[in-house]
Design a protein around this ligand. Sequence first.
Ligand code: NAI
Ligand code: MG
Length: 364
Amino acid sequence: MPSHVHEIGKVHRIACIPGDGIGVEITEAAIQVLTKLSEVVGGFQFDFTSFDWSSKAYLERGWYMPPDGIEQLKKFDAIYFGAVGWPDVPDHISLWNLILPIRKELNQYVNRRPNRILEGTKSPLEGCKIGDLDWMFIRENSEGEYSGQGGISNESAPHAMATELTVYTRVGTERIMRFAFETARSRPKKHLILCTKSNAMRHGMVFWDRIFYEIAKEYPDVKTEKMLVDAITVRMVLHPKSMDTIVATNLHADILTDLAAALSGSIGIAPSSNLDPTRANPSMFEPIHGSAPDIAGKGIANPVGAFWSAAEMVRWVGEEKGADALMKAVENVTARGVKTKDLGGSENTKGVTEAVCKEIETLF
Ligand code: NAI
Ligand code: MG
């Protein structure tokens, strides 16, 4: 038996925002697994600080984050986020008071969302085997359809009107395209799909396409394809193997990645990284799913998306060995059939979490 006694090593300060519903359950599971990982791998530790910024707290005291919330978060090396949203609070209030200001004000302009089929699990697509679905969505995370610009006029009148403005800036578009090309270049297929809707949207989306092709000149080794977002949904289902890296706007990628998660096995496994690639601000890691009020409190949420997101965080703070070990442990566990119901298994959150902790020990 290894002694598991190590020097403290590097300390990574992590801000945890469990949020609502299953966000709380899976964050607790992620902290348990990350603590085990640091004990077993050695050379690093996590110093977790938990923030009670949730819908429940909002209903009691009237706010999610305190006025200096963003400033508080800036002191950390990374942020781990569960999920926010609860039926008693309108969803646009919860999102715009917590997750969206964090992404925007900390300049986390990339949302990186990988999808693949894990060992011991299967895609609902017939004949789609492990390796046949291996995608990397690069979502623009700071502007686009979620710019927050717009308004409602004449609200109670029959001639009421509302606008929701989509914004594409040159700076915002260039930087997401460059990140997408770098990502595509780092993957074996070196293939990047531009997701667009520039047939019907003749201003912003044409601008989006144009900047893609400008940046493409810097990456002659990356093969490119332009595809309309509606056609991409068909290709995801019929020809999953033909896709690799996809760059898409905030809204398009939000929708496509829920489908991508389902096609790779379950919404409960998919991770995401909200990145500030300049590293001027901490980045934030969270599973893509929401607070799942329908299963909250039952202890049956799939923690795999939370663990995968945690592994992405571990890699981002520089602990490659730890990140590899965590993903290996997760996949060894799913391979043995230790899975929650959404993946066709019969385990609960606690059972999967304990199995992953035990697996981390046996890896070393
Ligand atoms: P959801 O992702 O919470 O749930 C959709 C369905 O997937 C539900 O049937 C749920 O039980 C299931 N599911 C989700 N995660 C699962 C897991 N880990 N294991 C097993 N099953 C899982 O999406 P929904 O219902 O649209 O939204 C619920 C709330 O979450 C809303 O308030 C919404 O605004 C919020 N939300 C928050 C997000 C965030 O914090 N980043 C992202 C998405 C939604
Ligand atoms: Mg979403």
